[in-house]
Write a protein of this length. Sequence first.
Length: 318
Amino acid sequence: MARYLATRAWQSLLTLVLAAVVVFLGIRALPGDPALALAGEDRSPEALAAIRSEYGLDQSLPVQFWQYVTRMVRGDLGTSIRTGEPVSEMLRTALPVTLELSLLAIVIATLLGVLAGVVAAVRRGRPEEWVANGLALVGLSVPHFWLGLVAILYLAVATNLFPASGFVPLAEDPVANLHHLVLPSVILGTGLAAVIMRQTRSSMLDALSADYVRTAEAKGLRPRVVVTRHALRNSLIVVVTIVGLQLGALISGAVVTEQIFTLPGFGKLTIDAVFQRDYPVIQAVVLVTATSYIVINFAVDLLYSVIDPRVRVAGEAA
C-alpha cells in the first residue's frame, strides 16, 4: 500500500511541476503587450519601461520563471495588476464560494444519479427505467443557462422560494448560505446527475449479469443485499471516476452558473482577469485549476484501492 501511495504521489508532483511550466509559458504566449494595457493613456517609453521593470517584464523568461516558482513556493502568487490586491487574498475570497457550490452540486448529482441508475438497472424494461432515462436525457439536453433563468423566474421571482442572486458566507449564517446555494447547486448538478445515472445503469447491468451476482442469488440472499453489497459496490469504480473528473470540471467551469446567480466565485474572478489581461490572477487561476485536478485524481486513485483491492494489488506489483 505504501509503495502504491508513493508512486501516485510522485506522479502527481511531477504533473504539478509540468502544469506550472505550461501555465507560465502559455500566459507569456498570449498576443499583445501587457505593459501597453497597464499604461492606459500614458504610453510614453519611460512609462512603459517603468511598468516592465515593476512587474519584471523586462527580465528574460528563465529569470521570470525562477521568480515565479520561488514566490509560488512561498505562497506568494503576486499582486493583481487590475486591483493591486494580493492574488492569494483574491483567491481566498473567491475559491470557497466555488468549492462549496461544486461540492453541493456533486453531492446532489451523485445521490440522484446513483439512485436513478440503480433503479433503472434493477427495473429494466419497466416504467421506472423509462422515467429515469427520460429525465437523464432532459438533464443532458437542456443548457444550464436556460434552466437557471427558468428556475430564477419561477422559483425565485414568481414564488419567492429561493433568492434570485447573492451569497451569504457559511460562517456568517449557515442557513442563509444554504438557502442561497441550493438552487444554483441543483442547476449545476443536473447535467452531471444525468451522466452518473447513465454510467451507473450501464455498470449495474454488467454487474447484475456477472457470475458472482448469480452465485449470491443462488445462495438465497435477499435482492436488496445482492444489489447493494455485490452489484453496486463493483459498479462504483465508474461512478468514482466520473465524480472525480467532474468535480475538477465544476470548479473551473461553474462560470455560467455563477454569472446567472451573481455569485462572487472563481468564475467571475477568471472572467475579469482574462478580459483585463491580469497576468498574475490568470496564472493563479489556471494553476489552482490544474492543482485541483491533480489532487482530485490522486484522491480517486486512493478510492480505487479502497473500493477494489485488485487495483491496490496491481499497484503493488507494478
